[in-house]
Design a protein around this ligand. Structure first.
Ligand SMILES: NC(=O)c1ccc[n+]([C@@H]2O[C@H](COP(=O)([O-])OP(=O)(O)OC[C@H]3O[C@@H](n4cnc5c(N)ncnc54)[C@H](OP(=O)(O)O)[C@@H]3O)[C@@H](O)[C@H]2O)c1
Length: 236
């Protein structure tokens, strides 16, 4: 007797210890996907708790996207694995949102740029080949990364880091123009997490299903798109 059940789709979700990444891991697992989530720490996160609750569906690896050696080591450990989706969610904000470039501390500048632009793109460059030929490679961007929509200013460093991320992903897409893979920069909306803060208008429960729907639907469309969680195009 052959079991004709297709294998569960799989996602490698980078930066899933808490917030949006953890909630996405839970939603994908709930939909029957196999989730390999990453956290910076080796234990004690909400992702580890999720893996404990769903040992058949959720596994945890360790990764800090600002450490190239850790990305390379993870690439080696996963050498024989293939994923339908690679999604890099990791990101940070800047504690002084009103700071102009004259006021931003250079150390903070480096940390935000390394975490939000350099780290995620380096992760895509090194782990992208683990994605199936018709799979999806995505990154959590932000509506604040849109140059065209920036008419109000504010959060200059965070905006700049996400705009840089978008630019690097466009270069990646241009280099992989013949690929059948779908590429996604996702602007999830302003959501109540540690990063989003208590004033954000939306909860995780209100937004995560749309975020996951957007990723799943985009799998059918090769090439790069910058989308909000409802699947609407965000202007570059
Ligand atoms: N919430 C919003 O309103 C909003 C809006 C637009 C875009 N976004 C984007 O959505 C993503 C998730 O945000 P969130 O609201 O869920 O924030 P969050 O609750 O602060 O969670 C951030 C996540 O990123 C991980 N992370 C941070 N630095 C990392 C690094 N160097 N290597 C690996 N992982 C790292 C954190 O891991 P640790 O637990 O180890 O710190 C955590 O899992 C970010 O890219 C953010 O820019 C959020």
């Amino acid at each position: 007797m052959h079991d004709n059940t297709p294998p569960a789709p799989s996602i490698l979700l980078v930066g899933a210890s808490r917030g949006l990444g953890h909630a996405m891991a839970g939603e994908f697992a709930h939909r029957g996907w196999t989730v390999l989530g990453t956290a910076r720490s080796a234990g004690g996160t909400a992702l580890h708790e999720l893996a404990h609750q769903h040992p058949d569906r959720v596994l945890v690896e360790t990764l800090d996207v600002t450490h190239a050696d850790q990305i390379a080591a993870l690439r080696q450990r996963l050498d024989r694995r293939r994923f339908d989706v690679l999604f890099v969610n990791a990101g940070i904000t800047h504690a002084a949102p009103d700071a102009t470039m004259a006021e931003v501390d250079p150390e903070a500048f480096s940390r935000v740029m390394l975490t939000n632009a350099f780290g995620p793109m380096r992760t895509i460059e090194l782990l992208g080949e683990l994605v199936t030929e018709r799979g999806l490679i995505g990154i959590m961007s932000s509506g604040q990364g849109s140059v065209a929509n920036n008419t109000l200013g504010g959060r200059d460093l965070y905006r700049g880091s996400k705009a840089a991320l978008n630019m690097f992903m466009r270069s990646y897409a241009a280099r992989h123009a013949d690929s059948a893979r779908a590429l996604l920069l996702l602007a999830p909306g302003w959501i109540r997490t540690e990063l989003g803060g208590p004033d954000a208008p939306f909860t995780l429960e209100q937004t995560i299903p749309d975020i996951v729907d957007c990723i799943v639907a985009k799998r059918a469309r090769p090439g790069l798109e910058y989308l909000d969680r409802h699947g609407q195009t965000v202007p570059w």
